[in-house]
Design a protein around this ligand. Structure first.
Ligand code: NOJ
Length: 573
Protein backbone atom coordinates (compact mmCIF):
# COMPACT_ATOMS: atom_id res chain seq x y z
CA UNK A 1 0.00 0.00 0.00
CA UNK A 2 1.15 3.50 -0.78
CA UNK A 3 2.55 4.94 2.44
CA UNK A 4 1.01 8.29 1.73
CA UNK A 5 -2.47 6.81 1.38
CA UNK A 6 -3.65 7.59 4.96
CA UNK A 7 -2.50 11.20 4.55
CA UNK A 8 -4.36 11.60 1.25
CA UNK A 9 -7.44 9.99 2.77
CA UNK A 10 -7.32 12.32 5.74
CA UNK A 11 -6.86 15.31 3.49
CA UNK A 12 -9.81 14.22 1.33
CA UNK A 13 -12.03 13.76 4.35
CA UNK A 14 -11.01 17.18 5.62
CA UNK A 15 -11.93 18.75 2.32
CA UNK A 16 -15.31 17.03 2.29
CA UNK A 17 -15.98 18.07 5.85
CA UNK A 18 -15.04 21.72 5.25
CA UNK A 19 -17.18 21.71 2.08
CA UNK A 20 -20.24 20.49 3.91
CA UNK A 21 -19.53 22.96 6.66
CA UNK A 22 -19.33 25.78 4.16
CA UNK A 23 -22.53 24.66 2.51
CA UNK A 24 -24.35 25.08 5.78
CA UNK A 25 -23.24 28.67 6.01
CA UNK A 26 -24.59 29.78 2.63
CA UNK A 27 -28.27 30.58 2.62
CA UNK A 28 -29.78 29.41 -0.63
CA UNK A 29 -32.28 31.87 -1.96
CA UNK A 30 -35.04 29.98 -3.74
CA UNK A 31 -35.87 33.11 -5.74
CA UNK A 32 -32.70 32.61 -7.75
CA UNK A 33 -33.84 29.19 -8.86
CA UNK A 34 -36.95 30.58 -10.46
CA UNK A 35 -36.05 31.59 -13.98
CA UNK A 36 -39.20 33.64 -14.53
CA UNK A 37 -38.37 36.00 -11.67
CA UNK A 38 -35.43 37.49 -13.47
CA UNK A 39 -35.95 37.01 -17.17
CA UNK A 40 -36.78 39.15 -20.15
CA UNK A 41 -39.76 38.01 -22.17
CA UNK A 42 -40.30 38.89 -25.84
CA UNK A 43 -43.80 38.57 -27.26
CA UNK A 44 -44.39 37.90 -30.93
CA UNK A 45 -46.95 36.47 -33.30
CA UNK A 46 -45.44 33.94 -35.72
CA UNK A 47 -47.82 35.21 -38.41
CA UNK A 48 -46.42 38.75 -38.38
CA UNK A 49 -42.77 38.05 -37.58
CA UNK A 50 -41.03 36.59 -40.63
CA UNK A 51 -42.22 34.76 -43.73
CA UNK A 52 -39.86 32.04 -45.03
CA UNK A 53 -41.78 30.67 -48.01
CA UNK A 54 -43.01 33.79 -49.74
CA UNK A 55 -46.74 33.26 -49.15
CA UNK A 56 -47.07 36.60 -47.38
CA UNK A 57 -47.60 35.10 -43.88
CA UNK A 58 -45.03 34.66 -41.16
CA UNK A 59 -44.19 31.09 -40.23
CA UNK A 60 -42.10 28.97 -37.86
CA UNK A 61 -39.27 28.56 -40.37
CA UNK A 62 -39.12 32.36 -40.64
CA UNK A 63 -39.03 32.65 -36.87
CA UNK A 64 -36.15 30.14 -36.77
CA UNK A 65 -34.20 32.43 -39.14
CA UNK A 66 -34.58 35.29 -36.67
CA UNK A 67 -33.72 33.45 -33.45
CA UNK A 68 -30.16 34.73 -33.49
CA UNK A 69 -31.49 38.27 -33.65
CA UNK A 70 -33.56 37.61 -30.55
CA UNK A 71 -30.66 35.97 -28.78
CA UNK A 72 -28.51 38.98 -29.70
CA UNK A 73 -31.14 41.31 -28.29
CA UNK A 74 -30.66 39.50 -25.01
CA UNK A 75 -34.09 38.08 -24.27
CA UNK A 76 -34.59 34.84 -22.32
CA UNK A 77 -38.05 33.68 -23.25
CA UNK A 78 -40.41 34.04 -26.18
CA UNK A 79 -44.14 34.32 -25.63
CA UNK A 80 -45.88 33.20 -28.79
CA UNK A 81 -49.34 34.53 -29.64
CA UNK A 82 -51.84 31.78 -30.55
CA UNK A 83 -50.59 29.58 -33.40
CA UNK A 84 -53.11 26.75 -33.25
CA UNK A 85 -55.60 26.13 -36.09
CA UNK A 86 -58.17 28.89 -36.09
CA UNK A 87 -60.48 30.84 -38.40
CA UNK A 88 -58.46 33.79 -37.02
CA UNK A 89 -61.43 36.06 -36.64
CA UNK A 90 -59.81 37.24 -33.39
CA UNK A 91 -56.25 36.86 -34.65
CA UNK A 92 -55.99 33.29 -33.40
CA UNK A 93 -57.64 33.87 -30.01
CA UNK A 94 -60.46 31.79 -31.49
CA UNK A 95 -58.95 28.32 -31.40
CA UNK A 96 -60.49 25.51 -33.47
CA UNK A 97 -58.09 22.74 -32.46
CA UNK A 98 -56.04 22.91 -29.28
CA UNK A 99 -53.65 20.18 -30.40
CA UNK A 100 -52.54 21.51 -33.77
CA UNK A 101 -50.45 24.10 -35.58
CA UNK A 102 -52.20 26.54 -37.90
CA UNK A 103 -51.22 25.55 -41.45
CA UNK A 104 -50.61 29.19 -42.38
CA UNK A 105 -47.59 29.26 -40.07
CA UNK A 106 -46.23 25.77 -40.63
CA UNK A 107 -46.59 22.13 -39.73
CA UNK A 108 -46.18 20.39 -36.37
CA UNK A 109 -42.74 19.44 -37.70
CA UNK A 110 -41.86 23.11 -38.20
CA UNK A 111 -42.98 23.78 -34.65
CA UNK A 112 -40.76 20.97 -33.35
CA UNK A 113 -37.83 22.33 -35.39
CA UNK A 114 -38.43 25.76 -33.89
CA UNK A 115 -38.53 24.34 -30.36
CA UNK A 116 -35.23 22.60 -30.97
CA UNK A 117 -33.56 25.72 -32.37
CA UNK A 118 -34.88 27.83 -29.49
CA UNK A 119 -33.53 25.30 -27.02
CA UNK A 120 -30.11 25.31 -28.70
CA UNK A 121 -29.97 29.01 -27.99
CA UNK A 122 -31.24 28.71 -24.45
CA UNK A 123 -34.48 30.51 -25.27
CA UNK A 124 -37.54 29.35 -23.37
CA UNK A 125 -40.93 29.29 -25.07
CA UNK A 126 -44.19 30.35 -23.45
CA UNK A 127 -47.32 29.86 -25.50
CA UNK A 128 -50.65 31.58 -25.36
CA UNK A 129 -53.29 29.25 -23.98
CA UNK A 130 -56.85 30.32 -24.67
CA UNK A 131 -59.08 28.10 -22.60
CA UNK A 132 -61.78 30.59 -21.68
CA UNK A 133 -63.51 29.91 -24.97
CA UNK A 134 -63.20 28.16 -28.30
CA UNK A 135 -63.96 29.28 -31.81
CA UNK A 136 -67.53 28.50 -32.86
CA UNK A 137 -65.83 26.43 -35.58
CA UNK A 138 -64.34 24.09 -32.96
CA UNK A 139 -65.74 20.56 -33.29
CA UNK A 140 -66.75 20.66 -29.60
CA UNK A 141 -69.04 23.61 -30.18
CA UNK A 142 -70.40 22.14 -33.38
CA UNK A 143 -71.38 19.00 -31.48
CA UNK A 144 -72.62 21.02 -28.53
CA UNK A 145 -75.09 23.03 -30.57
CA UNK A 146 -76.25 20.20 -32.81
CA UNK A 147 -76.93 17.71 -30.07
CA UNK A 148 -78.05 19.02 -26.72
CA UNK A 149 -77.77 15.49 -25.32
CA UNK A 150 -74.10 15.31 -26.29
CA UNK A 151 -71.60 15.58 -23.40
CA UNK A 152 -70.04 18.51 -25.30
CA UNK A 153 -73.20 20.53 -24.78
CA UNK A 154 -72.26 20.78 -21.11
CA UNK A 155 -68.81 22.10 -22.01
CA UNK A 156 -70.42 25.45 -22.82
CA UNK A 157 -72.89 27.61 -20.89
CA UNK A 158 -76.50 27.67 -22.13
CA UNK A 159 -79.84 29.04 -21.04
CA UNK A 160 -83.33 28.56 -22.43
CA UNK A 161 -84.40 32.16 -21.95
CA UNK A 162 -82.72 35.39 -22.78
CA UNK A 163 -81.15 36.57 -19.50
CA UNK A 164 -81.99 40.08 -18.30
CA UNK A 165 -78.29 40.97 -18.31
CA UNK A 166 -77.61 39.59 -21.80
CA UNK A 167 -75.84 42.83 -22.78
CA UNK A 168 -73.81 43.41 -19.59
CA UNK A 169 -70.13 42.69 -18.98
CA UNK A 170 -68.90 42.76 -22.55
CA UNK A 171 -65.16 42.60 -23.14
CA UNK A 172 -65.40 44.69 -26.30
CA UNK A 173 -68.01 47.40 -25.68
CA UNK A 174 -68.81 49.42 -28.75
CA UNK A 175 -68.09 46.46 -31.02
CA UNK A 176 -69.81 43.62 -29.21
CA UNK A 177 -73.55 43.77 -28.55
CA UNK A 178 -74.22 41.00 -26.07
CA UNK A 179 -72.70 38.28 -23.90
CA UNK A 180 -75.61 35.85 -24.27
CA UNK A 181 -76.42 35.15 -27.92
CA UNK A 182 -79.15 33.04 -29.41
CA UNK A 183 -78.09 29.98 -31.32
CA UNK A 184 -80.77 28.88 -33.77
CA UNK A 185 -79.32 25.37 -34.03
CA UNK A 186 -79.36 24.62 -30.30
CA UNK A 187 -82.41 26.86 -29.84
CA UNK A 188 -80.84 28.34 -26.73
CA UNK A 189 -78.67 31.24 -25.64
CA UNK A 190 -74.96 30.64 -25.11
CA UNK A 191 -72.49 32.71 -23.13
CA UNK A 192 -69.52 34.55 -24.61
CA UNK A 193 -67.53 37.26 -22.81
CA UNK A 194 -65.78 38.13 -26.09
CA UNK A 195 -67.05 38.12 -29.68
CA UNK A 196 -70.10 35.99 -30.45
CA UNK A 197 -67.95 33.55 -32.41
CA UNK A 198 -66.05 32.75 -29.19
CA UNK A 199 -68.40 30.67 -27.00
CA UNK A 200 -67.14 30.43 -23.40
CA UNK A 201 -66.15 27.06 -22.05
CA UNK A 202 -67.77 25.92 -18.83
CA UNK A 203 -65.09 25.17 -16.24
CA UNK A 204 -67.65 23.89 -13.80
CA UNK A 205 -67.65 20.75 -15.95
CA UNK A 206 -65.16 18.14 -14.67
CA UNK A 207 -64.71 16.52 -18.09
CA UNK A 208 -63.73 19.85 -19.61
CA UNK A 209 -61.26 20.40 -16.75
CA UNK A 210 -59.61 17.12 -17.52
CA UNK A 211 -59.48 17.88 -21.22
CA UNK A 212 -57.83 21.22 -20.40
CA UNK A 213 -55.20 19.28 -18.45
CA UNK A 214 -54.59 16.98 -21.41
CA UNK A 215 -54.02 20.05 -23.60
CA UNK A 216 -51.52 21.51 -21.13
CA UNK A 217 -49.73 18.16 -20.82
CA UNK A 218 -49.58 17.83 -24.59
CA UNK A 219 -47.79 21.15 -25.06
CA UNK A 220 -45.55 20.61 -22.05
CA UNK A 221 -44.42 17.39 -23.71
CA UNK A 222 -43.62 19.45 -26.80
CA UNK A 223 -41.21 21.38 -24.62
CA UNK A 224 -42.91 24.67 -23.77
CA UNK A 225 -41.75 26.37 -20.58
CA UNK A 226 -45.14 27.73 -19.68
CA UNK A 227 -48.40 29.28 -20.70
CA UNK A 228 -49.75 32.78 -20.98
CA UNK A 229 -53.24 31.97 -19.81
CA UNK A 230 -55.84 34.09 -21.54
CA UNK A 231 -58.66 35.89 -19.73
CA UNK A 232 -58.26 34.13 -16.38
CA UNK A 233 -61.07 35.87 -14.43
CA UNK A 234 -63.53 34.98 -17.19
CA UNK A 235 -62.19 31.46 -17.54
CA UNK A 236 -62.90 30.64 -13.90
CA UNK A 237 -66.33 32.25 -13.64
CA UNK A 238 -69.48 30.18 -13.53
CA UNK A 239 -71.67 31.83 -16.15
CA UNK A 240 -74.95 32.43 -14.38
CA UNK A 241 -77.87 33.99 -16.28
CA UNK A 242 -79.10 37.18 -14.63
CA UNK A 243 -76.07 37.47 -12.32
CA UNK A 244 -73.66 40.30 -13.14
CA UNK A 245 -70.84 39.10 -10.90
CA UNK A 246 -70.85 35.34 -11.27
CA UNK A 247 -69.00 33.16 -8.75
CA UNK A 248 -65.32 32.42 -9.43
CA UNK A 249 -63.76 28.95 -9.19
CA UNK A 250 -60.27 29.78 -7.95
CA UNK A 251 -59.51 26.10 -7.48
CA UNK A 252 -59.30 25.84 -11.28
CA UNK A 253 -56.17 28.01 -11.15
CA UNK A 254 -54.52 26.12 -8.33
CA UNK A 255 -55.40 22.84 -9.99
CA UNK A 256 -53.79 23.96 -13.24
CA UNK A 257 -50.68 25.20 -11.51
CA UNK A 258 -50.29 21.94 -9.64
CA UNK A 259 -50.83 19.97 -12.82
CA UNK A 260 -48.34 22.01 -14.84
CA UNK A 261 -45.67 21.78 -12.13
CA UNK A 262 -46.22 18.08 -11.73
CA UNK A 263 -45.41 17.65 -15.41
CA UNK A 264 -42.52 20.09 -15.46
CA UNK A 265 -41.30 21.56 -12.20
CA UNK A 266 -39.98 24.76 -13.78
CA UNK A 267 -42.95 25.45 -16.06
CA UNK A 268 -45.13 28.43 -15.24
CA UNK A 269 -48.57 29.88 -15.77
CA UNK A 270 -48.53 33.59 -16.56
CA UNK A 271 -52.06 34.87 -16.19
CA UNK A 272 -53.84 37.60 -18.03
CA UNK A 273 -55.94 38.87 -15.14
CA UNK A 274 -56.74 42.53 -15.05
CA UNK A 275 -58.04 42.60 -11.48
CA UNK A 276 -58.07 45.18 -8.67
CA UNK A 277 -55.16 44.88 -6.21
CA UNK A 278 -57.30 43.42 -3.43
CA UNK A 279 -57.99 40.39 -5.64
CA UNK A 280 -54.36 39.64 -6.46
CA UNK A 281 -53.97 37.21 -3.61
CA UNK A 282 -56.83 35.10 -4.95
CA UNK A 283 -54.96 34.66 -8.23
CA UNK A 284 -51.43 34.27 -6.87
CA UNK A 285 -52.67 32.20 -3.94
CA UNK A 286 -51.81 32.97 -0.31
CA UNK A 287 -48.64 30.91 -0.52
CA UNK A 288 -47.93 30.91 -4.23
CA UNK A 289 -50.25 28.02 -5.05
CA UNK A 290 -51.91 30.04 -7.83
CA UNK A 291 -50.50 31.74 -10.92
CA UNK A 292 -46.73 32.13 -10.78
CA UNK A 293 -46.97 35.33 -12.78
CA UNK A 294 -49.56 37.94 -13.70
CA UNK A 295 -49.32 40.97 -15.92
CA UNK A 296 -49.50 44.09 -13.80
CA UNK A 297 -52.32 45.84 -15.67
CA UNK A 298 -53.01 47.98 -12.65
CA UNK A 299 -49.56 49.56 -12.68
CA UNK A 300 -49.66 49.86 -16.47
CA UNK A 301 -52.57 52.30 -16.33
CA UNK A 302 -50.93 54.53 -13.74
CA UNK A 303 -47.68 54.30 -15.63
CA UNK A 304 -49.31 55.93 -18.63
CA UNK A 305 -51.04 58.41 -16.36
CA UNK A 306 -47.61 59.30 -14.96
CA UNK A 307 -46.17 59.72 -18.47
CA UNK A 308 -49.14 61.90 -19.43
CA UNK A 309 -48.98 64.17 -16.40
CA UNK A 310 -45.25 64.15 -15.68
CA UNK A 311 -45.94 63.08 -12.08
CA UNK A 312 -45.40 59.56 -10.77
CA UNK A 313 -47.27 59.93 -7.42
CA UNK A 314 -50.16 57.65 -8.41
CA UNK A 315 -47.76 55.23 -10.06
CA UNK A 316 -45.95 54.98 -6.74
CA UNK A 317 -49.24 54.22 -5.05
CA UNK A 318 -50.09 51.57 -7.68
CA UNK A 319 -46.69 49.93 -7.17
CA UNK A 320 -47.25 49.91 -3.45
CA UNK A 321 -50.83 48.64 -3.79
CA UNK A 322 -49.55 45.66 -5.79
CA UNK A 323 -46.41 45.05 -3.73
CA UNK A 324 -47.78 42.26 -1.61
CA UNK A 325 -47.44 38.88 -3.29
CA UNK A 326 -46.13 35.45 -2.37
CA UNK A 327 -42.33 35.10 -2.51
CA UNK A 328 -42.53 32.70 -5.44
CA UNK A 329 -44.83 34.92 -7.51
CA UNK A 330 -43.71 37.54 -9.95
CA UNK A 331 -45.23 40.49 -11.78
CA UNK A 332 -44.83 40.82 -15.52
CA UNK A 333 -44.47 44.47 -16.50
CA UNK A 334 -44.97 45.86 -19.97
CA UNK A 335 -45.37 49.17 -21.75
CA UNK A 336 -47.45 48.14 -24.73
CA UNK A 337 -48.92 44.78 -25.60
CA UNK A 338 -50.91 43.38 -28.52
CA UNK A 339 -54.19 44.84 -27.26
CA UNK A 340 -55.34 48.36 -26.51
CA UNK A 341 -53.90 50.06 -23.43
CA UNK A 342 -56.64 49.40 -20.94
CA UNK A 343 -57.27 52.56 -18.89
CA UNK A 344 -60.48 51.24 -17.39
CA UNK A 345 -59.35 51.59 -13.78
CA UNK A 346 -58.54 55.29 -14.04
CA UNK A 347 -61.21 57.87 -13.24
CA UNK A 348 -62.91 59.47 -16.26
CA UNK A 349 -60.89 62.61 -15.67
CA UNK A 350 -57.61 60.74 -15.45
CA UNK A 351 -58.44 58.66 -18.52
CA UNK A 352 -59.23 61.81 -20.46
CA UNK A 353 -55.86 63.25 -19.50
CA UNK A 354 -54.15 60.16 -20.94
CA UNK A 355 -56.35 60.31 -24.06
CA UNK A 356 -55.49 63.97 -24.46
CA UNK A 357 -51.76 63.29 -24.25
CA UNK A 358 -51.48 60.06 -26.20
CA UNK A 359 -54.64 59.32 -28.17
CA UNK A 360 -56.65 62.52 -28.68
CA UNK A 361 -58.45 61.38 -31.82
CA UNK A 362 -61.39 59.03 -31.30
CA UNK A 363 -59.94 56.80 -34.04
CA UNK A 364 -57.07 56.11 -31.63
CA UNK A 365 -59.38 55.04 -28.81
CA UNK A 366 -61.10 51.71 -28.35
CA UNK A 367 -63.80 49.98 -26.27
CA UNK A 368 -64.49 53.14 -24.24
CA UNK A 369 -61.42 52.46 -22.15
CA UNK A 370 -58.21 52.39 -24.11
CA UNK A 371 -55.79 53.45 -26.80
CA UNK A 372 -54.93 51.28 -29.78
CA UNK A 373 -51.55 52.75 -30.64
CA UNK A 374 -47.94 51.71 -30.46
CA UNK A 375 -45.67 53.51 -28.01
CA UNK A 376 -43.52 55.47 -30.50
CA UNK A 377 -46.42 57.34 -32.16
CA UNK A 378 -48.10 57.83 -28.77
CA UNK A 379 -44.95 59.56 -27.60
CA UNK A 380 -44.64 61.40 -30.90
CA UNK A 381 -41.27 59.74 -31.38
CA UNK A 382 -39.87 61.72 -28.46
CA UNK A 383 -36.58 59.84 -28.00
CA UNK A 384 -35.67 60.96 -24.46
CA UNK A 385 -39.18 60.06 -23.28
CA UNK A 386 -39.10 56.70 -25.05
CA UNK A 387 -35.72 55.82 -23.62
CA UNK A 388 -36.80 56.83 -20.15
CA UNK A 389 -39.94 54.67 -20.51
CA UNK A 390 -37.91 51.61 -21.52
CA UNK A 391 -35.32 52.20 -18.83
CA UNK A 392 -38.19 52.29 -16.36
CA UNK A 393 -39.71 49.12 -17.79
CA UNK A 394 -36.43 47.31 -17.12
CA UNK A 395 -36.30 48.86 -13.66
CA UNK A 396 -39.78 47.92 -12.48
CA UNK A 397 -39.73 45.26 -9.76
CA UNK A 398 -40.69 42.27 -11.87
CA UNK A 399 -40.10 40.65 -15.22
CA UNK A 400 -40.15 42.94 -18.27
CA UNK A 401 -42.14 41.87 -21.31
CA UNK A 402 -41.46 43.57 -24.62
CA UNK A 403 -43.52 43.27 -27.74
CA UNK A 404 -41.96 42.68 -31.14
CA UNK A 405 -41.23 45.90 -32.97
CA UNK A 406 -41.10 48.00 -29.80
CA UNK A 407 -37.33 47.71 -29.78
CA UNK A 408 -37.13 49.63 -33.06
CA UNK A 409 -39.98 52.05 -32.33
CA UNK A 410 -42.51 50.69 -34.81
CA UNK A 411 -45.70 52.62 -35.48
CA UNK A 412 -49.33 51.64 -35.87
CA UNK A 413 -51.80 51.53 -38.74
CA UNK A 414 -55.05 53.08 -37.61
CA UNK A 415 -56.75 52.07 -40.84
CA UNK A 416 -56.78 48.51 -39.57
CA UNK A 417 -59.63 47.32 -37.40
CA UNK A 418 -59.57 47.54 -33.62
CA UNK A 419 -56.34 46.07 -32.22
CA UNK A 420 -54.93 45.01 -35.56
CA UNK A 421 -53.55 48.56 -35.71
CA UNK A 422 -50.67 47.45 -33.45
CA UNK A 423 -50.15 44.07 -35.09
CA UNK A 424 -48.51 44.91 -38.41
CA UNK A 425 -45.60 42.85 -39.81
CA UNK A 426 -42.15 43.20 -38.28
CA UNK A 427 -39.91 45.68 -40.08
CA UNK A 428 -36.63 43.91 -40.76
CA UNK A 429 -35.04 46.05 -43.45
CA UNK A 430 -35.66 48.63 -46.15
CA UNK A 431 -36.20 45.86 -48.73
CA UNK A 432 -39.67 45.63 -50.24
CA UNK A 433 -42.31 44.55 -47.73
CA UNK A 434 -39.89 45.47 -44.94
CA UNK A 435 -37.95 42.24 -45.51
CA UNK A 436 -40.88 40.49 -43.84
CA UNK A 437 -41.86 38.57 -46.96
CA UNK A 438 -40.72 38.15 -50.54
CA UNK A 439 -44.36 38.04 -51.65
CA UNK A 440 -45.53 41.15 -53.49
CA UNK A 441 -48.03 41.69 -50.70
CA UNK A 442 -48.06 40.72 -47.04
CA UNK A 443 -51.28 39.24 -45.61
CA UNK A 444 -51.55 42.41 -43.51
CA UNK A 445 -50.06 45.66 -44.80
CA UNK A 446 -46.58 46.57 -43.64
CA UNK A 447 -46.25 50.17 -42.50
CA UNK A 448 -44.73 52.15 -45.33
CA UNK A 449 -43.84 55.81 -45.78
CA UNK A 450 -43.76 58.57 -43.18
CA UNK A 451 -41.91 58.56 -39.88
CA UNK A 452 -42.73 54.95 -38.99
CA UNK A 453 -42.53 53.31 -42.41
CA UNK A 454 -40.13 50.39 -42.88
CA UNK A 455 -38.00 52.56 -45.14
CA UNK A 456 -37.01 54.57 -42.04
CA UNK A 457 -37.73 52.25 -39.14
CA UNK A 458 -36.17 48.81 -39.50
CA UNK A 459 -33.88 46.39 -37.71
CA UNK A 460 -31.06 46.38 -40.27
CA UNK A 461 -30.59 50.15 -40.20
CA UNK A 462 -30.75 50.32 -36.41
CA UNK A 463 -28.26 47.53 -35.96
CA UNK A 464 -25.72 49.65 -37.85
CA UNK A 465 -26.41 52.76 -35.83
CA UNK A 466 -24.97 52.91 -32.30
CA UNK A 467 -27.38 55.70 -31.37
CA UNK A 468 -30.51 53.82 -32.44
CA UNK A 469 -33.36 52.86 -30.15
CA UNK A 470 -32.57 49.20 -30.82
CA UNK A 471 -29.02 49.63 -29.54
CA UNK A 472 -30.23 51.57 -26.50
CA UNK A 473 -32.71 48.82 -25.64
CA UNK A 474 -30.09 46.16 -26.15
CA UNK A 475 -27.86 48.06 -23.74
CA UNK A 476 -30.68 48.41 -21.21
CA UNK A 477 -31.26 44.66 -21.37
CA UNK A 478 -27.56 44.08 -20.75
CA UNK A 479 -27.73 46.47 -17.82
CA UNK A 480 -30.77 44.79 -16.35
CA UNK A 481 -28.97 41.44 -16.53
CA UNK A 482 -26.28 42.89 -14.27
CA UNK A 483 -28.84 43.93 -11.69
CA UNK A 484 -30.59 40.82 -10.38
CA UNK A 485 -31.63 42.92 -7.38
CA UNK A 486 -34.48 44.30 -9.51
CA UNK A 487 -36.12 40.99 -10.29
CA UNK A 488 -35.25 39.13 -7.13
CA UNK A 489 -34.80 41.61 -4.33
CA UNK A 490 -36.87 43.77 -2.02
CA UNK A 491 -37.57 47.35 -3.01
CA UNK A 492 -38.53 50.71 -1.63
CA UNK A 493 -39.35 54.10 -3.05
CA UNK A 494 -38.04 57.43 -1.80
CA UNK A 495 -39.89 60.59 -2.69
CA UNK A 496 -37.23 63.10 -3.75
CA UNK A 497 -39.09 65.36 -6.21
CA UNK A 498 -42.65 65.35 -7.58
CA UNK A 499 -41.46 64.42 -11.09
CA UNK A 500 -38.90 61.80 -10.05
CA UNK A 501 -39.27 58.12 -9.22
CA UNK A 502 -36.40 56.84 -7.11
CA UNK A 503 -36.31 53.12 -6.37
CA UNK A 504 -33.84 51.12 -4.36
CA UNK A 505 -33.62 47.34 -4.70
CA UNK A 506 -31.66 45.05 -2.41
CA UNK A 507 -30.79 41.42 -2.80
CA UNK A 508 -28.23 39.44 -0.84
CA UNK A 509 -26.71 42.57 0.66
CA UNK A 510 -26.22 44.37 -2.65
CA UNK A 511 -28.23 47.37 -3.75
CA UNK A 512 -29.13 49.23 -6.91
CA UNK A 513 -30.76 52.64 -7.20
CA UNK A 514 -32.68 53.87 -10.23
CA UNK A 515 -33.96 57.37 -10.87
CA UNK A 516 -36.44 58.34 -13.60
CA UNK A 517 -37.50 61.86 -14.44
CA UNK A 518 -41.07 62.10 -15.77
CA UNK A 519 -40.74 65.77 -16.59
CA UNK A 520 -39.30 67.28 -19.71
CA UNK A 521 -37.56 69.79 -17.42
CA UNK A 522 -34.27 68.89 -15.76
CA UNK A 523 -34.55 68.04 -12.06
CA UNK A 524 -31.96 68.58 -9.38
CA UNK A 525 -32.51 66.00 -6.67
CA UNK A 526 -30.94 65.40 -3.32
CA UNK A 527 -31.11 62.01 -1.72
CA UNK A 528 -30.04 60.67 1.60
CA UNK A 529 -27.33 58.05 1.65
CA UNK A 530 -28.66 55.00 3.47
CA UNK A 531 -26.71 53.61 6.39
CA UNK A 532 -23.74 51.68 5.02
CA UNK A 533 -23.70 53.48 1.67
CA UNK A 534 -20.27 54.92 1.00
CA UNK A 535 -20.60 55.84 -2.63
CA UNK A 536 -22.57 55.15 -5.80
CA UNK A 537 -21.28 53.93 -9.14
CA UNK A 538 -23.30 55.14 -12.08
CA UNK A 539 -24.14 52.25 -14.40
CA UNK A 540 -25.92 54.24 -17.10
CA UNK A 541 -23.02 56.54 -17.89
CA UNK A 542 -20.78 54.22 -19.87
CA UNK A 543 -18.17 56.84 -20.67
CA UNK A 544 -17.38 58.23 -17.28
CA UNK A 545 -18.04 55.36 -14.85
CA UNK A 546 -17.81 57.82 -12.00
CA UNK A 547 -18.15 57.16 -8.35
CA UNK A 548 -20.42 59.58 -6.62
CA UNK A 549 -19.38 60.39 -3.06
CA UNK A 550 -21.98 61.69 -0.61
CA UNK A 551 -21.51 65.11 0.92
CA UNK A 552 -22.87 65.26 4.47
CA UNK A 553 -24.48 61.87 3.81
CA UNK A 554 -26.33 63.24 0.80
CA UNK A 555 -26.02 62.86 -2.92
CA UNK A 556 -26.87 65.69 -5.29
CA UNK A 557 -27.89 64.45 -8.70
CA UNK A 558 -28.93 66.37 -11.79
CA UNK A 559 -31.33 64.54 -14.06
CA UNK A 560 -31.87 65.99 -17.53
CA UNK A 561 -35.42 66.29 -18.89
CA UNK A 562 -36.81 62.71 -19.10
CA UNK A 563 -33.41 61.60 -17.81
CA UNK A 564 -32.72 58.34 -16.06
CA UNK A 565 -29.79 57.02 -14.04
CA UNK A 566 -29.00 53.66 -12.50
CA UNK A 567 -26.45 53.30 -9.69
CA UNK A 568 -24.93 50.42 -7.83
CA UNK A 569 -24.25 51.11 -4.19
CA UNK A 570 -20.65 50.72 -3.00
CA UNK A 571 -19.44 49.16 -6.25
CA UNK A 572 -15.75 49.61 -6.86
CA UNK A 573 -14.53 50.84 -10.21
C1 NOJ B 1 -57.27 38.60 -24.37
C2 NOJ B 1 -56.34 38.72 -25.53
O1 NOJ B 1 -55.22 39.48 -25.14
C3 NOJ B 1 -57.11 39.39 -26.64
O2 NOJ B 1 -56.28 39.72 -27.71
C4 NOJ B 1 -58.23 38.47 -27.07
O3 NOJ B 1 -59.03 39.12 -28.04
C5 NOJ B 1 -59.10 38.10 -25.89
N1 NOJ B 1 -58.36 37.75 -24.72
C6 NOJ B 1 -60.00 36.95 -26.25
O4 NOJ B 1 -59.24 35.78 -26.32
Amino acid sequence: MNRRFPVILLYGLLLLWSGSLRAQYVIRDAAEDRWYKNSIIYNLDVHTFKDSDGDGQGDFQGLIQQLDYLKGLGVDALWLAPFQPSPRRDDGYDVADFYGVDSTCGTPGDFAAFMYQAKLRGLRVIMDMVLNHTSDAHPWFKRARQDTASPYHQWYAWTQQRPSNYDKGMAFPGVQREVWSYDSVAKAWYYHRFYRFQPDLNFANPYLRSEAERILAYWLQQGVAGFRLDAVPFMIEVATPGVDQPPQQYEVITGMQRFVQWHNGSAIVLGEANVPPEDNVKYFGENGEGLQMMFNFYVNQYLFYAFATGKPALLVKALQDTKKKPATAQWAYFLRNHDEIDLGRLSTKQRNEVYQAFGPDTSMQLYDRGIRRRLAPMFNNNRPLMEMAYSLLFALPGTPVIRYGEEIGMGDDLRLQERLAVRTPMQWSSALQAGFTTAPKAFRPVISGGDYGYEKVNVAAQQQNPGSLLRVIQELIRLRRQCPEIGLGSWEIQQVAPAVLLMRYTFKGKSVLTLHNFSKMAQQVRLNAAAGDDYLLELTDKDKRQQLQPVNRRYDILLPGYGYKWYRVNAAL
